[in-house]
Write a protein that binds this ligand. Structure first.
Ligand code: ZN
Length: 94
Protein backbone atom coordinates (compact mmCIF):
# COMPACT_ATOMS: atom_id res chain seq x y z
CA UNK A 1 0.00 0.00 0.00
CA UNK A 2 2.82 2.38 0.91
CA UNK A 3 4.56 1.51 -2.38
CA UNK A 4 1.39 2.37 -4.31
CA UNK A 5 1.22 5.77 -2.64
CA UNK A 6 4.89 6.46 -3.51
CA UNK A 7 4.37 5.39 -7.15
CA UNK A 8 1.21 7.50 -7.37
CA UNK A 9 3.00 10.52 -5.85
CA UNK A 10 5.93 10.15 -8.28
CA UNK A 11 3.55 9.82 -11.24
CA UNK A 12 1.60 12.85 -10.10
CA UNK A 13 4.83 14.86 -9.67
CA UNK A 14 6.07 13.82 -13.12
CA UNK A 15 2.73 14.69 -14.72
CA UNK A 16 2.66 18.04 -12.98
CA UNK A 17 6.23 18.79 -14.10
CA UNK A 18 5.40 17.92 -17.73
CA UNK A 19 2.23 20.02 -17.61
CA UNK A 20 4.10 22.96 -16.04
CA UNK A 21 6.89 22.75 -18.63
CA UNK A 22 4.42 22.59 -21.52
CA UNK A 23 2.46 25.52 -20.12
CA UNK A 24 5.65 27.52 -19.67
CA UNK A 25 6.85 26.65 -23.20
CA UNK A 26 3.49 27.64 -24.69
CA UNK A 27 3.27 30.90 -22.75
CA UNK A 28 6.83 31.87 -23.71
CA UNK A 29 6.16 31.20 -27.38
CA UNK A 30 8.60 28.30 -27.59
CA UNK A 31 5.90 26.06 -29.10
CA UNK A 32 2.39 26.16 -30.55
CA UNK A 33 -0.73 24.15 -29.78
CA UNK A 34 -0.26 22.23 -33.03
CA UNK A 35 3.28 21.35 -31.92
CA UNK A 36 1.88 19.30 -29.00
CA UNK A 37 0.17 16.94 -31.43
CA UNK A 38 3.11 16.41 -33.81
CA UNK A 39 5.20 13.30 -33.18
CA UNK A 40 8.70 14.06 -34.41
CA UNK A 41 11.89 12.00 -34.42
CA UNK A 42 12.71 12.90 -30.79
CA UNK A 43 9.26 11.83 -29.60
CA UNK A 44 9.45 8.61 -31.60
CA UNK A 45 12.85 7.89 -30.06
CA UNK A 46 11.51 8.54 -26.56
CA UNK A 47 8.47 6.32 -27.18
CA UNK A 48 10.77 3.57 -28.46
CA UNK A 49 13.12 3.88 -25.49
CA UNK A 50 10.16 3.80 -23.10
CA UNK A 51 8.85 0.62 -24.73
CA UNK A 52 12.31 -0.99 -24.58
CA UNK A 53 12.68 0.01 -20.93
CA UNK A 54 9.23 -1.37 -20.10
CA UNK A 55 9.89 -4.66 -21.85
CA UNK A 56 13.28 -4.92 -20.11
CA UNK A 57 11.61 -4.34 -16.75
CA UNK A 58 9.01 -7.04 -17.42
CA UNK A 59 11.72 -9.49 -18.57
CA UNK A 60 13.90 -8.76 -15.52
CA UNK A 61 10.95 -9.21 -13.15
CA UNK A 62 10.02 -12.52 -14.79
CA UNK A 63 13.64 -13.69 -14.58
CA UNK A 64 13.88 -12.67 -10.91
CA UNK A 65 10.54 -14.34 -10.10
CA UNK A 66 11.74 -17.57 -11.72
CA UNK A 67 15.03 -17.35 -9.78
CA UNK A 68 13.23 -16.88 -6.47
CA UNK A 69 10.76 -19.69 -7.23
CA UNK A 70 13.71 -22.09 -7.55
CA UNK A 71 14.94 -21.06 -4.11
CA UNK A 72 11.59 -21.53 -2.38
CA UNK A 73 10.39 -24.74 -0.77
CA UNK A 74 6.93 -26.15 -1.43
CA UNK A 75 5.96 -24.99 2.08
CA UNK A 76 6.83 -21.41 1.11
CA UNK A 77 10.07 -20.99 3.08
CA UNK A 78 13.03 -19.26 1.39
CA UNK A 79 16.03 -21.58 1.09
CA UNK A 80 19.71 -20.72 0.96
CA UNK A 81 21.78 -22.28 -1.82
CA UNK A 82 23.91 -24.13 0.75
CA UNK A 83 20.96 -25.79 2.51
CA UNK A 84 20.16 -29.41 1.66
CA UNK A 85 16.95 -29.48 3.73
CA UNK A 86 14.17 -26.99 4.38
CA UNK A 87 14.45 -25.62 7.96
CA UNK A 88 10.65 -25.27 8.19
CA UNK A 89 9.35 -28.63 7.03
CA UNK A 90 12.53 -30.74 6.82
CA UNK A 91 12.02 -31.83 3.20
CA UNK A 92 15.16 -32.51 1.16
CA UNK A 93 15.79 -29.99 -1.60
CA UNK A 94 16.68 -32.70 -4.10
ZN1 ZN B 1 9.73 -26.47 3.41
Amino acid sequence: MKRCIVVFALGLAAGTAVLAYNLWAYCCGRCTLRGFLVIGPFEKTMIGLTLVAGLSLVALKAFRRRQLAGRRCNCGAMLSDAWAFCPECGVSRR
